[in-house]
Design a protein. Structure first.
Length: 177
């Protein structure tokens, strides 16, 4: 049997229940076309490449489209499901808007996160009573990371507040829990 058509809507396999939306249509945008995501907090973000027309099925609207025939319809949603929340982004939105969504997700889930500049790679490891934070500057620029406290075990330098990384420099900060 060749199953080329899946009934039950999109996103399929029960994901429409998880996300609380049904995708009515996916519209691809020409390279010269764009739209706007207007978030409930007043912020806005650009949209390019594609946009979905969503029908709500229990989800809360976080952002609506700003232009064209999509105007006022959901672009980004959140839906409480089980013990968590499922987020659905129905368009290719700009990185700043995605970053805001990810930060909101982390805060609501109680996930600890660290704000670092673009170009810094960050990893945290725990061994016994010690935390080790790895910072890798992957750029040709000198970059600073705030709220860093501990000892850089690569050079013995004590850091109390701001870690400055030269281009392509790596630091491993040891701090007690």
């Amino acid at each position: 049997i060749n199953q080329l058509c899946y009934l039950g809507g999109f996103p399929g396999d029960g994901l429409n229940k998880l996300f609380g939306v049904i995708s009515e249509e996916i519209d691809t945008l020409y390279p010269s076309d764009s739209n706007l995501a207007k978030f409930k907090d007043g912020s806005e973000g650009s949209i390019k490449d594609y946009a979905e027309i969503l029908r709500l099925n229990g989800a809360e609207v976080l952002a609506e489209y700003g232009y064209d025939f999509y105007k006022g319809t959901p672009a980004v949603t959140a839906h409480s499901y089980g013990k968590g929340t499922a987020y659905y982004v129905g368009a290719r939105i700009c990185n700043d808007s995605l970053r805001r969504i990810f930060l909101e997700m982390a805060e609501k889930a109680g996930i600890e996160y660290k704000k670092i500049p673009l170009g810094i790679e960050y990893h945290k490891r725990t061994a016994g009573r010690e935390n080790y934070e790895f910072y890798l500057n992957n750029t040709e620029d000198v970059l600073s990371v705030e709220n860093v406290t501990g000892t850089n075990i690569l050079n013995g330098q004590n850091i109390d507040g701001v870690l400055v990384l030269e281009k392509y420099e790596t630091a491993v900060i040891e701090a007690s829990k």
